[in-house]
Design a protein around this ligand. Sequence first.
Ligand code: GLY
Length: 404
Amino acid sequence: MKKTIFTAMGICLLMSACGNAPKKAETNSFVAENVAHAHQQLGNEIKVIEASGKVLNPVTIKADGTTHYCKYSDWRSGFFPGSIWYLYELTQDETLLPLAIKYTNNIEETKNLTWHHDVGFMVNCSFGNGLRIADVPGYKDIMIQTAHSLSTRFRPQAGVIQSWDVKGGWQAERGWECPVIIDNMMNLELLFEVTRLSGDSTFHHLALQHADRTLKEHFRPDGSCYHVIDYSLADGSVRHRHTAQGYAHESIWSRGQAWAIYGYTICYRYTKDKRYLDQALKTFHMMANHPNMPEDLVPYWDMLAPEIPNEPRDVSSASCIASALYEIAGFEELENAKEYKDYADRIMTSLASPAYRAEIGQNNNFLLMHSVGSIPHNAEVDKPLNYADYYFIEALKRKNDLEK
Ligand code: GLY
């Protein structure tokens, strides 16, 4: 960690601007060992970034072996800053606070982005954590502005937030009018949170409409979900049930299932509407009981991919599901909550093993190996991904909280 780049005075000023540092989390040995590992590994990445003299945002490893750093407008831009926030919270290493703020502020322009839906991921993981952990001045307004930007994509005929524009890129070739992807459930957290922060219930109501229409249209009777539902802009009817990143329209793209489990868990957190928790659990049980689920509980990139068992795994799905399960395990009203924690613990044991967790200094300083971005787009196949790392660290935090 590059402690020397921050003067004691600078840190003090930041600490007083941002309120008190979080109380250091008491950690059990599994969590402590993994947090120490993450601290060292991401600390190495921080050294690389700081030595560059730029503010870089690492995402994955490119084909030539170098690190891919993204611009603020990339849907993955909030995960690295968010990981630094969680590390700060878990370690109370004060040198991380100004870095978390710097990497977060670097993507502030996201608040005005209206051409895709992922601003919830981007701003909630970064600014949202910064606000929660350190109450950084200005972050609340950035969250609110982002919610306004996301709301511009609400399409009242269908009662959904449109995920992708269809005027350009590969999306333009699919014949869609108003594509909504299951991933969009993850953006609702920002809307719920901004209503809580601002008292403006508009955002909460938009989120509910989106969640309810998605509940109706995205799921099959077995609890698995489609990736893309395309709606008519004229009358809101469903035009297509498709995939973009899965093996086939009727297959089970694993990260989509992870987004559904996590997304409906969020909806339950903010509403206590049992339909949402039931859907999260139904999708989870479909995955857990699927005959193609490997023994180590790290899913194939698609549970119906044709060459299983010779298909890539997707660690990002596993870490996202583990994090969601820890939240579910914390719902005291759930009688069998402990079963969900036990399952999440088994996933985490796999992810922390040498099969998936990189050694210090390896893997271009990412924590976890073996994720899949998109096989149909031949993008990031069997690579580290910053969101796999983010949900892994979040899961460590949630596991730690549960075990306190
Ligand atoms: N939200 C895009 C993905 O899951 O790959």
